[in-house]
Design a protein around this ligand. Structure first.
Ligand code: GAP
Length: 461
């Protein structure tokens, strides 16, 4: 029963996201493209607010963080050196009748098997021994390792030198620019390099809306530290990540940090804590925090001879710094925020749906409308009010579609915290109605103080 309710919740979110212009299926009019989603105007605004909030906390408000925007396409040797060509695999198994492909671990998990620490060989043995069938009831083939990087070709000549990969993580762009940042800025340890950008993975079975997709966005930091200090910085970033999640309005009762065991960590990590979220389809990864040691810089140093060490000016000692890596997916943040904000209640004797976004994250902070749309004097006054507010609060929306009740419902559904209505009294006394999304309460506010009033409410979030 709980599952039914939860599955309904995801359906409701997917439908609201499409109806209101948050997220559309990728290439929809051509029948879609699995694992891709397009963000509409509301989705873009939400993503921008998430990214700005992250950048503001982790880059702009600090002295020890350097921003970067590296190319998605990188020399293929980067991915050989980083271990992704050899080791960035998921276990794949094929239905022998339909040739449909599945992730072996997901298939076993869905059947109630604990796959913790199971290798691809273990899964293969389990499937054979227990005669596990595909979801269509057919026999399964051997479990094989499937590389998740999306390969592409560059230039006009087709040979092995023209191969490139769409990056599966933004992190490698940071490692290959480590020396550039050190040479340009001479930062003192500890310091970090931060980047927001697209990443691509050829997921075997993309699923659960924007949870597991083939094209997504990451917000990553590589924070360079002395080896002896790694534990201190790991704990620090764990706290900072939790603080940020709370700041943007994730339901913290649904966030859990989980220590990842030896067999389940990525090849480069000595310690990983995943922050998992209770999605309707189960508790699954939201973000990761890893201690990558000096694995990547050492490998790139060895492969290129580029001298990726750090010279400590005080001790004159040269060494390759160790790395703490907070890695966050933007798309999973959008999903977890939609799930955290989705609320149904009763207002005016009707069920209403609203997204209880924190004002700082809401796509629009305020909507302005005339009480009636066929009265020129009201439109003129409302346009004046709209222009005045928008000049100071850019995420202000004009809405004159349908009647006032419909407009409130629409703004509730997209999570706009405040609505301003210009009515006939406004023409007489220069006041407007300000309505609060969560309570539906309305108050009269003088026009000369309305923008400051809204700013106060919005920044208090
Ligand atoms: N640089 C480390 C790294 O990439 P990861 O745990 O593989 O680590 C980091 O990915 C984050 O990127 C995840 O916690 C998740 O938020 C996001 N992510 C990874 N794969 C994803 C996918 N297929 N779809 C959506 N988000 C994904």
């Amino acid at each position: 029963m709980i599952n039914n309710i939860d599955n309904n919740l995801l359906d409701k979110i997917v439908s609201l996201a499409k109806r209101r212009g948050f997220v559309y299926q990728g290439s929809e009019i051509y029948g879609g493209l699995a694992g891709t989603w397009d963000y509409g105007p509301l989705g873009v605004a939400l993503k921008n607010n998430i990214k700005h909030s992250w950048w503001n906390k982790f880059v702009d408000s600090r002295e020890d963080m350097y921003g970067l925007d590296s190319a998605i396409l990188m020399n293929q040797r980067v991915w050989e050196t980083s271990g992704h060509v050899g080791g960035f695999n998921d276990p794949l198994v094929e239905d022998l009748k339909t040739n449909k492909r599945y992730r072996a671990d997901h298939l076993l998990e869905d059947g109630g098997v604990d796959v913790t620490n199971m290798s691809a060989e273990d899964m293969d043995a389990h499937i054979k021994e227990k005669k596990v069938l595909s979801p269509d009831g057919n026999p399964l083939g051997d479990v094989k390792q499937f590389n998740m990087m999306l390969k592409t070709e560059m230039g006009a000549v087709q040979d092995s030198a023209s191969i490139s990969y769409l990056r599966p993580e933004t992190a490698q762009g940071i490692f290959v620019n480590f020396k550039n940042i050190v040479d340009s800025f001479h930062p003192k340890l500890p310091f970090g390099i931060a980047q927001i950008g697209k990443a691509f993975r050829n997921e075997i079975t993309p699923r659960d809306f924007i949870f597991r997709v083939r094209e997504f966005e990451q917000m990553e930091i590589e924070y360079f530290v002395r080896e002896s200090d790694w534990e201190k910085h790991f704990e620090y970033f764990k706290d900072e990540m939790l603080e940020w999640m709370d700041e943007i309005g994730l339901d913290m009762n649904k966030v859990h940090d989980v220590e990842i065991g030896d067999g389940d960590r990525a090849h480069y990590s000595k310690r990983t804590v995943d922050f998992e979220f209770e999605y309707p389809f189960g508790q699954k990864e939201l973000y990761g925090l890893a201690y990558r040691t000096n694995y990547d810089l050492t490998k790139h140093d060895e492969a290129t001879g580029a001298k990726l060490g750090y010279l400590d000016q005080e001790t004159n000692e040269r060494f390759i710094p160790h790395v703490i890596e907070p890695s966050l997916g933007v798309d999973r943040t959008v999903l977890a925020l939609l799930l955290s904000a989705y609320t149904e209640d009763e207002m005016g004797g009707e069920t209403r749906v609203f997204l209880k976004f924190k004002p700082s994250i809401a796509p629009y902070k305020v909507a302005v409308f005339p009480l009636l749309k066929n009265k020129p004097e009201l439109i003129e006054k409302a346009r004046e009010v709209y222009g005045k507010i928008k000049a100071e609060i850019p995420q202000t929306l004009w809405d004159d579609n349908g009647n006032i009740g419909k407009r409130y419902r629409r703004q509730d559904e997209i999570g706009t915290p405040l609505c301003v209505t210009v009515d006939f009294d406004s023409l007489e006394d220069d006041t407007v109605t300000l309505r609060d999304r969560d309570t539906g309460k309305q108050e009269r506010i003088a026009l000369d103080t309305i923008t400051d009033h809204i700013k106060k409410i919005v920044s208090g979030s």
